[in-house]
Design a protein around this ligand. Structure first.
Ligand code: SF4
Length: 329
């Protein structure tokens, strides 16, 4: 049994133009110790899926309209709000894209970490709590942790703030860490350090990771399995090696073609996917990728392609996945 099983998850938002379905029957599975890469362009529903898993959809506009989120045999959508709060942080934690939106700017780092300890381990006394804070800051590579605990977020560099947020996410050694574009705002050296740090902590804690990014180069480095989302739906899922060697969905192919290659001719223009992700208010019928797809036929407008297994560990939602791989062979 997988550690986490997300089944047919749908999320809708109330907007000025009415209700829009932002996530449409998404299914995901995550095993213990596994890293799942969740990829797709901005606006594909990756972050909304993550917020739904955390129980942190913005209220009152966002709500789950269908599905199950089963963690360790229990559907998180069936438990009390109090039990849900206790799952958050203890069993599932999240590193957000932008540390300043997740950290409280008017509270010292130490107070923010202590608050999290008080919430989940009220029996810990002040000394024990302080020792835990120092230990986790050391673990995430923050020098002079005692000093840092007395500082406010704005007194720290971008890389340090990100590490503090990782410390907050990891302080209770969660079973699952959701990392939403955790390195986008950082320079490349810090990015590499943060990725290494997550991998180290994952190895030492046996934690599972859902890594959300639009950067396939990062996914190639860290993911065991990859799930590609487009316009609120999962369109392809497979082992990481498989998806890079033999992508089945035209969208995944487009994403892969847009990665710069070392062996490519310098200064040649990168391939791009024509067009834009459709807005949620104006979704095309049938396959949501059809307005950008060079293989589209009339069936693509008439029928939503089913997400089907096409190999032992490879599934895709495309009417013509075999045809387009023959055409491009
Ligand atoms: Fe393209 Fe049709 Fe496949 Fe959608 S279902 S990706 S439009 S070929």
């Amino acid at each position: 049994m997988p550690l986490l099983s997300v089944q047919d998850l749908s999320v809708a938002f109330a907007t000025d133009d009415g209700i829009v379905d932002v996530v449409d029957r998404v299914g995901l599975e995550l095993d213990k110790g596994e890293t799942l890469g969740l990829v797709g362009e901005s606006g594909c529903g990756k972050s909304v899926t993550a917020l739904a898993l955390m129980g942190l959809l913005p209220k009152p506009s966002g709500r789950i309209t269908n599905g199950k989120i089963v963690l360790g045999g229990h559907d998180l959508l069936d438990i009390s709000p109090q039990a849900r709060r206790s799952v958050r942080g203890r069993r599932i934690s999240m590193i957000f894209q932008e540390p300043m939106t997740a950290l409280n700017p008017v509270q010292r780092v130490g107070n923010q970490l202590m608050e999290s300890i008080r919430l989940h381990r009220p029996e810990a006394n002040k000394e024990e709590g302080h020792a835990e804070c120092v230990k986790i800051l050391e673990q995430v590579g923050i020098p002079e942790p005692n000093q840092r605990l007395t500082e406010y977020p704005h007194q720290l560099s971008g890389g340090m703030r990100q590490r503090v947020m990782i410390a907050m996410a990891l302080i209770h050694v969660p079973d699952i860490l959701i990392a939403d574009e955790p390195t986008t705002a950082l320079d490349v050296t810090i990015q590499a350090q943060i990725l290494e740090l997550i991998a180290d902590l994952q190895e030492s804690n046996g934690m599972s990771v859902i890594f959300i990014t639009h950067d396939l180069a990062v996914i190639a480095e860290i993911a065991d399995r990859v799930c590609v989302m487009y316009a609120g739906r999962v369109v392809e899922e497979s082992g990481a090696r498989d998806i890079f060697a033999s992508p089945m969905h035209p969208y995944t192919r487009g994403l892969l073609n847009s990665i710069p290659k070392l062996e490519g001719t310098p200064k040649t223009q990168l391939a791009t996917i024509p067009g834009l992700v459709p807005s949620f208010q104006n979704m095309p019928s049938g396959c949501r990728f059809r307005n950008r797809c060079t293989y589209a036929e009339s069936l693509c407008a008439d029928e939503v392609p089913k997400f089907r297994k096409q190999g032992p560990t490879h599934s895709v939602a495309c009417h013509y996945w075999h045809r387009q791989s023959e055409l491009s062979a």
